[in-house]
Ligand binder design. Structure first.
Ligand SMILES: [Mg+2]
Ligand SMILES: [Zn+2]
Length: 257
């Protein structure tokens, strides 16, 4: 709907994954580079534990404990995040979204299985923190001795997702219900961009008018293609290679009509 002032009254929601969508690789695990630069070997037993139990939260806490034992401080961790690189075009995509927010009703949120501290710092370093309305990720607390502890954003009873990780389907559903209760908003279109299998539950929450963007040749793409054929995925499915592809979809689909 267009108002008399020519403003598009539709409400849009852009949901973004973080690791391998905004930045390349795993932002939480990138702190391992601090061990490499000091020639400290990360114990294989810890990696093997993850391979066996698939408990990401437990594994990441082991990693942070190991850093702490080796006298690597929170400041070192935060400083190391300057080195992380953005996915091609994702920095520009977020800048464009900031511009689009001036004339369109767009909420932008990040839903990530990483942690809030790392995501906040990377976005701040890039001067992009203001673009994101909410970061829905795991909370971080600091113990009196300086050890970082990563908590869990929520627990869930989803059969698909591991218990030590969030179910992004639950996270997005809670967010949409909260926006409905707070501002009486039903989003006209929801967009999502991601890359991995932990994004599936979120994608399956999307409706016919929504757009799910899966990174080309990353695991989510193939999985969703199969689900689309089987009729399990209702949303439009688009493959993306760079942040510029995501940007084009957002620009076109939120145009004034
Ligand atoms: Mg990802
Ligand atoms: Zn799930």
């Amino acid at each position: 709907m267009i108002t008399d002032e020519g403003k598009n009254e539709q409400h849009f929601l852009v949901v973004l994954d973080f690791d391998d969508t905004i930045v390349e690789g795993n932002s939480e695990e990138s702190v391992k580079s601090l061990l490499e630069s000091r020639d400290i070997q990360f114990p294989c037993s810890m990696v093997n534990h993850y391979e066996k139990h698939k408990d990401w939260n437990y594994y990441i806490n082991l990693l942070y404990e190991f850093l702490h034992e080796n006298d690597i401080k929170q400041k070192d961790i935060v400083d190391s995040l300057h080195k992380i690189s953005f996915v091609k075009g994702s920095f520009e995509m977020l800048q464009k979204v900031a511009e689009m927010k001036k004339t369109r009703n767009i909420d932008v949120i990040i839903i990530s299985g990483g942690n809030v501290l790392v995501i906040e710092k990377i976005l701040e370093n890039a001067g992009l923190r203001h673009v994101i309305d909410e970061i829905l990720s795991n909370p971080v607390s600091v113990e009196p001795n300086g050890l970082l502890k990563i908590g869990l954003l929520n627990t869930h009873s989803c059969n698909y997702c591991f218990s030590g990780e969030m179910c992004k389907g639950v996270v997005v559903r809670n967010y949409l219900n909260r926006k409905k209760a707070e501002r009486n908003i039903d989003f006209d279109k929801v967009f999502f961009a991601g890359d991995y299998l932990n994004d599936i539950c979120l994608c399956l929450e999307m409706r016919e008018q929504d757009f799910v963007m899966a990174r080309h040749q990353f695991p989510l793409e193939k999985d969703l293609e199969n689900r689309k054929v089987k009729g399990q995925l209702k949303a439009n499915l688009i493959s993306w290679k760079t942040g510029y592809d995501v940007m084009k979809v957002l620009e076109k689909q939120t145009e004034l009509i």
